[in-house]
Each structure stands twice: as C-alpha cells, then as structure tokens.
Write a protein that binds this ligand. Sequence first.
Ligand code: CP
Length: 332
Amino acid sequence: MKYFTTVNDITDSGGLVKAALALKKNPFAHSHLGKNKTLGLIFLNPSLRTRLSTQKAARMLGMDVVIMNMDKESWAIEWKDDVIMNGSTVEHIKDAAAVLGMYCDIIGIRCFASLSDRGQDYSEHLLVQLMRYCQVPVVSLESATLHPLQSLADAITIAEHQRKGIRPKVVLTWAPHIKPLPQAVANSFSEWMLRLDTDVTIACPEGYDLCEDYTRGAKLTHNQEEALKDADFIYVKNWSAYEPYGAMPEVKTNWMLTEEKYRLSAQAHIMHCLPVRRNLELSSALIDHPNSLVKHQAENRLYAAMVVLKTMLETVRKTETSTIEVQEIEQV
Ligand code: CP
C-alpha cells in the first residue's frame, strides 16, 4: 500500500479490519518492523486523537516519529504550481515535500477543507501536491473530503459490536453545530460502510445532502425519526452544506440526538468521532450511555493507524528486497 487516502486505496477493506483486530490482540508482535524507519506527521490543523494515536502506533511498530505543525512552525508554503512567489509564501510544496521525503519513509498529513473553494477541496489539491512531490508513501490524517483512519477505526468498532450473521443497520445522522464543519468524516464513514456491506441510512435536514459520489447506495432521508427506527448503530456528526458549499442553511427543528429519539432505535450503539460539543451535537446522557462507543472508537484509532503503517512498512520492505534481488541478478 503506497497511499491511504480513501477506501478505494484498499483492495480488501474487510481483511484490513480483521488484521487490525489481530493487532489489537497482540499489539507488540511487530515491534521491530519499523526499525530505522521514520514517520513524518504534518499538521495544518489541530488534532488530539489522530496526532497521538498515529504517533503511538508508529512507536509500537519500532518507528521513529517527527512532527511538524506546518501552519505555525514551517515556512509559509506555496501550494499552487507556476506562480511567481512574490507574496507571503516562502517555500514551494515541490521543494518542501521533496525534502520531507528525504527525511521520512512514510508521511502523514492533516489538511482540512477550506470550505470556500469546492473545486480545490474536492480535487484534494493539498494532499495531491504532497503525494506528487514527496516520493514516499502517504497517509491521510484527514483531508479536505475524507478521514479514512477515523472510518477504519469506526469499522473496527462496528465489527467488534455487531451481532454475528446480521447485516447491521447503520444510521449516519446530522447534528447541529455553531460553525460550518467539513464533510470529510461523513463522506468517509459513508464510503467505508457501503464498502463493508452494511445497511446504510443517511439522515440530514434539507440543504445538507452530501456529495453523491460518497453516498451512492445509501438510503437518504430528511426524516430523522424515520431513519432511527430499528437502527443498530447511530453515528452522529455535523457537516456543512455541499451546495451552496460550506453554508449553514437554517434548520427549523432540533436535530440533536436525545434520549427520547434514541428510544426509536433497536437499542443502538451510539457513535461519534470526537471532539463533540456536549448537549449541542449530542446529549451528554447519550455520550455517557452504556451503549455509547465513542471511547471505543477513539481507542481503535490506535489499531487503525497501526495496521495501515504496518501494511506500508511491509510494502517498503518488499520494494527494498526486490531492489536487492535486481542488483544481485545484475551482478551475476
Ligand atoms: N476524530 C479525530 O480525528 O480527532 P482529532 O481531530 O482530535 O484528531
């Protein structure tokens, strides 16, 4: 695996979930795999879970880790090609990425959506520029449109809690917020759940429909209570509008998941990726409910990161081995 940016980078997503669960049982089984390898973590936005879980995962695989808050600590980066850099930017991504690729064997990057330029966000301009110029494997730590490490952790959590032999009904339900948030977690959760063959329903107010590239195959509704009926898993998340991009159309009813609405479900497991604004997005009682999985999701971020890094390290090793083999053949 050279890139982990979307479920489409994975040939066997169910197999990856199983491999993560095996790692969870025996987390130090590969503690030498990353010896003499360096993971570089680049953040353009804040993080708690992604930053710490990925760092810990790398260390548990024996890797060294370097971290940079590129928005604050680096030179101001120019991301556009073919520009005269006579403004505020100091270093082009072409040069910065090439240097990062020399220092690091794998690079992770967090680069949120601007929510102002949909074309740029949905073409994943920043992520693609890094991938184009760094020459090493890249892990998305949440990009403009997707958050695959979170979705893999969510898939691991659902696999641990679903009833055997039953295709679970998974409901992604929009939640209120005070400011516009990217669509990345929702897009990503939807594409992973659809790939893993769950019964997916997405409920949101009118004006908040997600980009259909990520939701094709899901049941879409603007009726939250109807969606919650018989749900096995309820995933709560806010996102801003896709059209008009980044807007927050007015919502006249309260979409916060409450205990009363929760009772419509089949005693569903409650999920949220965190951070969560208590009693705005989701009632405090439900976050702390016995059926809440929010802490399990956060814990599984570690095994999601581990299985991705392990797979990449094994790929790097194979490449190294094959290079040696080629050299040996040439010498003969
Ligand atoms: N869920 C998640 O990605 O958390 P952080 O933003 O804290 O990394």
